[in-house]
Design a protein around this ligand. Structure first.
Ligand SMILES: Cc1cc2nc3c(=O)[nH]c(=O)nc-3n(C[C@H](O)[C@H](O)[C@H](O)COP(=O)(O)O)c2cc1C
Ligand code: SF4
Length: 479
């Protein structure tokens, strides 16, 4: 992963933990209600992909146990991992692209309700993504994948496709950069990746026609599965964030100006709302800042936040960065991973950091977006996250106007009982996340995600293990 050049090391701080009475009267543990959103308290576990689904996209027992384990800590809400709206092969990631996924998804919602005694709301994040191929072997790329163009023949001084392919294989990197165009070179160096601006491809041109209904049908299914609400994934490296991005130059009314870039996101909100109804919780996660050259900034996010609030969303969840644009070159045969560049660092900042540190890097932007939304007259709750691990930080998120709800992703992974421990005045027993990003490294390798603080602990009780039998899949119980 990219690291800031300053390389300052940070340690998480427990801060001062509250007594049970102090926790009970804190803002963090007060209920929150807005339109269809009703939380018992303002703690939130944002979406985290654990790589536990079947290759077919079906829910496994491991998925159900994973969310059940989070629910035992009784956070205000859990957002189930990014779940695909299409029924297309995408590895062991959850899908909601067909009615056959409903019974499996229902098991997750039921388990969260049962383990939390109904105290935790369970939402699910719905995602669309475009094709990303692995970085090819150069020989195969020139032999099979590269479409030979007349310009190639001319630049290489050859007459036919076969000769061009053979000649390409002999060129060094500098020569290749001159003969290939930017996209062809990128496909060679990092693997082919579709963009929302590839409107010469019919299925990409058609995205505004198909996505509203795909999201709406997926939302219908997860509602039928018993989820309390839906979070539309408009963040990071995926289709909808790419539409919102300042790098979106589509000329069909869905790119260019901010108004055009946000148009599809609003059409999807309308389509989903029409399907699920006004009393069903509907929110979205989007970027406070893309953190890439030429990308959308907090000014864009303020405009989007107001537009989403006006469209009637029940919550706005903010993330940061996590783009393909500045991701590191993958190894041969591996796919580019959107959390390896500077923007990836901004999304999941690590303990080795710069003077701003890894704790609360998104809060300044979140405060500005929330203020813009309030100024426009909307009270929609904002979920702020990023490096929050102690009670004082969490309270400060709300007190300082950066958010109404506090997201704890890696901290909840390190200790799913954070919420219950703090509520009971036993914060001193919290296992603090060290922000090493070991978990994120597993995600990058598409391995079952666990936390290094507990995955080798043996509490003497039986526990399911990772495929290689070395790591436990769930945090040990708090006793
Ligand atoms: C293993 C892992 C998987 C993640 N998967 C998702 C995801 O599916 N959707 C999403 O919006 N964010 C995802 N994230 C980002 C987190 O939700 C969160 O925004 C980020 O970790 C920063 O918050 P934190 O500092 O509290 O961990 C993931 C993070 C981790 C560590
Ligand atoms: S592995 Fe555990 S301690 Fe390390 S960043 Fe992830 S959750 Fe935190």
């Amino acid at each position: 992963m990219w690291k800031p050049s300053e390389r300052i090391k940070y340690k998480p701080s427990p801060g001062v933990w509250p007594s049970a009475a102090e926790a009970a009267s804190s803002v963090l543990f007060q209920p929150l209600s807005y339109q269809a959103l009703a939380l018992e308290n303002r703690t939130w576990v944002p979406a985290m992909v654990p790589w536990r689904a079947e290759e077919s996209g079906e829910v496994t027992d491991d998925n159900v146990d994973w969310y059940g384990r989070f629910a035992r800590g009784r956070p205000g809400a859990i957002v189930v991992e990014a779940t695909g709206i299409r029924d297309v092969p995408s590895g062991p990631l959850l899908r909601a692209g067909d009615d056959r996924f409903v019974p499996g998804l229902a098991r997750i919602a039921e388990r969260v309700r049962a383990e939390s005694d109904g105290h935790t709301r369970v939402y699910i994040q719905l995602i669309d993504f475009l094709a990303v191929r692995r970085r090819p072997d150069p020989g195969k790329y020139f032999e099979r994948h590269l479409a030979i163009r007349p310009e190639h023949l001319q630049a290489l001084g050859v007459d036919d496709e076969r000769a061009a392919r053979a000649r390409f294989a002999e060129l060094d990197d500098e020569a290749l950069r001159q003969v290939l165009d930017a996209r062809e070179y990128d496909a060679l160096a990092r693997g082919y990746r579709e963009r929302v601006t590839d409107t010469h491809l019919p299925h990409i041109a058609d995205l505004p026609n198909v996505l509203p209904d795909l999201f709406a049908q997926a939302a219908r299914r997860v509602k039928a599965a018993g989820f309390d609400g839906v979070e539309l994934h408009y963040a990071h490296a995926y289709t909808m964030a790419s539409f919102l991005s300042a790098t979106n130059t589509r000329t069909d009314g869905y790119g260019g100006s901010r108004e055009a870039r946000v148009r599809l996101a609003l059409q999807i909100i309308d389509a989903v709302r029409a399907e699920v109804g006004a009393s069903y919780t509907l929110g979205c996660r989007f970027l406070a800042d893309e953190c890439i050259d030429g990308g959308s900034t907090v000014e864009d996010a303020c405009v989007y936040g107001v537009a989403f609030a006006r469209a009637g969303l029940d919550f706005l969840s903010l993330s940061r960065g996590g783009k393909f644009d500045d991701a590191k070159q993958p190894k041969l045969g591996e796919a580019v991973y959107p959390y390896t560049g500077r923007s990836g660092y901004e999304c999941m900042p690590q303990y080795i950091s710069d003077e701003r540190g890894p704790f609360g890097r998104n809060l300044q932007a979140a405060r500005a977006i929330r203020a813009a939304v309030r100024e426009a007259g909307f009270d929609v709750p904002v979920v702020a996250a990023g490096g929050i691990h102690n009670f004082e930080q969490a309270e400060a998120v709300i007190d300082s106007g950066a958010g109404d709800v506090v997201g704890f992703a890696r901290q909840a992974l390190a200790d799913p009982d954070w919420f219950e421990k703090v509520r009971q005045g036993r914060g001193g027993e919290v296992r603090l996340c060290e922000y090493t990003n070991y978990c994120e490294g597993l995600d990058q390798k598409h391995k079952q995600v666990t936390c290094q603080l507990w995955d080798r602990l043996d509490d003497g009780k039986p526990c399911t293990m990772t495929h290689d039998g070395k790591r436990r899949l769930l945090a040990p119980d708090w006793s």
